[in-house]
Design a protein around this ligand. Structure first.
Ligand SMILES: NC(=O)c1ccc[n+]([C@@H]2O[C@H](COP(=O)([O-])OP(=O)(O)OC[C@H]3O[C@@H](n4cnc5c(N)ncnc54)[C@H](OP(=O)(O)O)[C@@H]3O)[C@@H](O)[C@H]2O)c1
Length: 456
């Protein structure tokens, strides 16, 4: 263990409360921070996280890894417990290879390597982090034994080897996003990280596990447009109930968890203006820890009110509009709130849905979960751009109201609407069926379709 010198100590107010923040120059030459919450007392059983610096994830919100979300949750866990330490280990960037080489390793990953081989191809260690400096910092702030939140067995061994008693290892939740699933899986397979991918939601109700990963499937993103997942709830008679009472009694909470877990895996969540006007949804991730995706509203005539909940600053919002009826004052008000307004050509049902998807792709969106309503679902199916469907079937017969899927009049569409890779779950009294819509992108040549997107 190298020599350690405390260089600064300051109260740091954060969104997760105030931390007694102590900066140490550690033996390896880096500066480590100990963010200390509460009185550590005898230093026994201290809730602890050793967080490896990750500029791209922690500060920039990169979705290539889940570091930023882990950091946020780590601080919140300490705040909730009222006692604990987060050691922020600089020099750990990219598992110890530094920022520039990490970005070069990303280039290798884009060329096909996994996160381990990318480092090796550059002649760098897969993981060169050491934990003796972190252990020295923990000891300096009075920690004797820890309840360590981590998925990384090497971190546990490293701290133990440096004299820290690890009383308990608390698995840190993973934040699978379609973009970082491969990265998380590689860490499981090659570093023995705790298996959290595919972990069921509702661990407390093991009889009804829902594996969000299996709902999403493994459909590959198509070329030139984002992967599109349709998600909606329908009754036994195929109708779309309005938001209130979408599910059978008691299943609403489960539905919210599943919806939010699915949202956080995608780059964007999309609805039509009909849903904004009737339900006023926020479309954020609140029920589980995780990032809120960008929100996309199809609103040809700018009918969404400025007071709509989708315009809160919780996440980036795109309003897709024809621009033809654009109300100048409204447009300016949205611009002032950093809402992205994009002009899209008209098409069946309102906007040309393929043009919407191309625009999103150009903005960097690679996966979209479309949460309705019926017009949007029908348009997506009619245009042959839906790759996967996730339908919750509530045990109710409404007997009236809108069908979930309108008429798809084009034989080229209906002839090939076979579903593959099904996954079926029972949640309370609700059945959730998920399936790939085979070869969707090949179905509508030139994007032309005569399908009717349903009643307006
Ligand atoms: N059960 C569920 O899972 C679920 C989910 C969401 C919503 N809902 C319910 O569904 C109802 C709203 O659904 P909805 O079908 O009336 O509205 P919607 O699908 O949410 O929105 C349809 C509107 O979006 C605009 N749009 C633009 N381009 C479009 C395109 N290519 N295809 C389709 N629409 C396009 C059009 O606006 P313009 O009319 O201005 O042209 C269209 O009228 C509400 O009652 C809501 O509670 C249920």
């Amino acid at each position: 263990m190298g020599e350690l010198r405390e260089a600064a100590r300051v109260q740091l107010p954060t969104v997760s409360g105030e931390f007694d923040t102590r900066a140490f120059r550690v033996g390896s030459g880096f500066v480590y921070l100990a963010l200390v919450k509460g009185d550590l007392g005898d230093g026994q059983s201290v809730l602890t996280r050793v967080h490896s610096e990750c500029l791209t994830g922690d500060a920039l919100g990169s979705l290539r890894c889940d570091c930023g979300a882990q950091l946020e949750l780590g601080l919140r866990m300490l705040a909730a417990e009222g006692r604990g330490v987060l050691v922020y280990a600089t020099g750990h960037e990219g598992r110890g290879i530094g920022l520039l080489d990490k970005l070069r390793a990303y280039m290798e990953q884009d060329a096909g390597a996994d996160t381990v081989d990318a480092n090796l191809r550059l002649g760098l260690a897969a993981d060169s982090r050491r934990y003796d400096d972190a252990a020295a910092v923990l000891q300096a702030v009075g920690v004797r034994s820890v309840r360590l939140t981590t998925n990384n067995p090497r971190k546990v061994e490293g701290l133990q080897a440096a004299g820290i008693v690890v009383e308990q290892v608390i698995p840190a939740p993973a934040f699978p996003q379609l973009r970082n699933q491969r990265y998380l899986r590689t860490k499981q397979e090659r570093f023995g990280h705790a298996t959290l991918l595919g972990a069921p939601l509702f661990a407390e109700r093991p009889a009804q596990p829902v594996d969000v990963g299996s709902l999403l499937g493994t459909a590959d993103p198509p070329d030139g447009r984002p992967l599109v997942v349709l998600k909606y709830t329908q009754t036994l008679d195929g109708r779309i109930p309005a938001s209130a009472g979408r599910f059978g009694r008691g299943d609403g909470e489960a539905e919210t968890l599943i919806s939010h877990a699915l949202r956080t895996t995608c780059d964007a969540v999309l609805v039509g203006v009909g849903t904004v006007l009737s339900d006023d949804p926020r479309l954020t991730v609140r029920a589980i820890p995780g990032r809120s995706p960008a929100r996309v509203i199809l609103d040809p005539d700018f009918r969404s009110p400025l007071t709509a909940a989708v315009f809160t600053p919780d996440a980036l919002t795109y309003v897709m509009t024809t621009g033809a009826h654009a109300d100048r004052a409204k447009r300016q008000a949205l611009a002032a709130r950093h809402i992205a307004v994009r002009a899209i050509q008209a098409g069946p049902g309102g906007l040309d849905i393929r043009a919407v998807l191309q625009q999103l792709y150009a903005e960097g969106v690679r996966s979209v979960i479309a949460e309705g309503g019926a017009h949007v679902i029908t348009s997506m199916l009619a245009a042959g751009v839906a790759d996967r469907v996730i339908v919750s079937i509530a045990p109710q017969i409404l007997g009236r109201g809108t069908g979930a899927v309108g008429e798809l009049l084009d034989d080229r569409i209906t002839d090939v609407l076979q579903l593959d890779n099904q996954s079926v779950h029972l949640v309370g009294s609700t059945v959730i069926v998920a399936a790939d819509i085979g070869a969707s992108s090949a179905r509508a040549p030139n994007g032309k379709t005569t399908a009717d997107p349903g009643p307006r």
